[in-house]
Design a protein around this ligand. Structure first.
Ligand code: COA
Length: 256
């Protein structure tokens, strides 16, 4: 299968997905997200794949967020749909019964941070940076960042990051428990491959069961995911959203 925004290849037991929009810092437009979802689903049936590595092209960004230029003119209905579809992509990754490792090789912001958080494991390069800067755009995160950030680092730290748009470095992310390991960028791929090889030595059926059990703990009746979708959509009807996205496109600070 060929894709417009990602490149994929097999390496030993690993299936590697690289977001390939380097000149846009691998920003996640609609098509990119759908391609990631499709390829993750299609690889599930391949028994020789024992780990999926998701990364970004180049050395500057894993993904610098959802593609702001694509949604700047959206209304509430389109915003709600965008969020619901983004949630579906993130859920597909989380529900993969082959472990998905985010090899975070630079900026992992907004939708990029949400993408990394939907993966089962995150390994960061020393230059990686994490944040949910949506508040600068007049919107909340829309791809389940308000939920998975709380799951990963707890309510206090999550609110600190979400309300301030603070961008944290790899060592801070490690100390918050957002990532499992920080390595020099030259060792990022090798470190992720070692993990895939480790998983390849384990029982794939037990791995699948573990993933389903862990996911199940967070599914229950949590209304937060649906709440985020509706609040994200609602934000698209505000003047703050118009100001935030215009400011980004015009390369200036927003005036709230
Ligand atoms: N959506 C769309 N385009 C994006 C983008 C995004 N989330 N992030 C970066 N880009 C584009 C820039 O518009 C620029 O395109 P151009 O060369 O056509 O002008 C290109 O990628 C390079 O980005 P630039 O901002 O010039 O790089 P920088 O090194 O000065 O800054 C960041 C890097 C990550 C700090 C900055 O790009 C940024 O703040 N991005 C948006 C982050 C964000 O708010 N994400 C949440 C979105 S939901």
């Amino acid at each position: 299968m060929s894709y417009n925004n990602i490149v994929t290849h097999y390496e030993g037991h690993a299936f590697i997905i690289t977001i390939n929009r380097e000149n846009k810092l691998n920003a996640l437009n609609y098509e990119t997200l759908q391609e990631i979802k499709d390829v993750i689903l299609s690889v599930q049936e391949n028994n020789s794949v024992r780990g999926i590595i998701l990364t970004g092209a180049g050395t500057k960004a894993f993904a610098a967020g959802a593609d702001i230029s694509e949604f700047a003119e959206f209304d509430t209905i389109q915003g709600t749909k965008l969020s619901a579809e983004g949630h579906e992509v993130m859920n597909t990754i989380e529900q993969s019964t082959i472990p998905v490792i985010a090899a975070v090789n630079g900026f992992s912001l907004g939708g990029g941070c949400e993408l990394a958080m939907a993966c089962h494991i995150r390994i960061a390069s020393e230059n990686a940076k994490f944040g949910q800067p949506e508040v600068n755009l007049g919107i909340p995160p829309g791809y389940a960042g308000t939920q998975r950030l709380v799951q990963l680092i707890g309510k206090g730290k999550a609110l600190e990051m979400l309300l301030s748009a603070e961008i944290i470095n790899a060592q801070q992310a490690l100390s918050y428990g957002m990532v499992s390991k920080v390595v020099p960028i030259e060792q990022l791929h090798k470190t992720c491959m070692e993990l895939v090889n480790l998983y390849a030595s384990k029982s794939p059926s037990a791995i699948a069961m573990i993933i389903r059990c862990v996911n199940s703990h967070f599914e229950s009746t949590n209304p937060g995911f649906e709440k985020e979708i509706s609040e994200f959509g609602r934000a698209f009807g505000t003047k703050d959203f118009k100001e935030g996205t215009s400011a980004f496109i015009e390369k200036r600070k927003p005036n709230y």
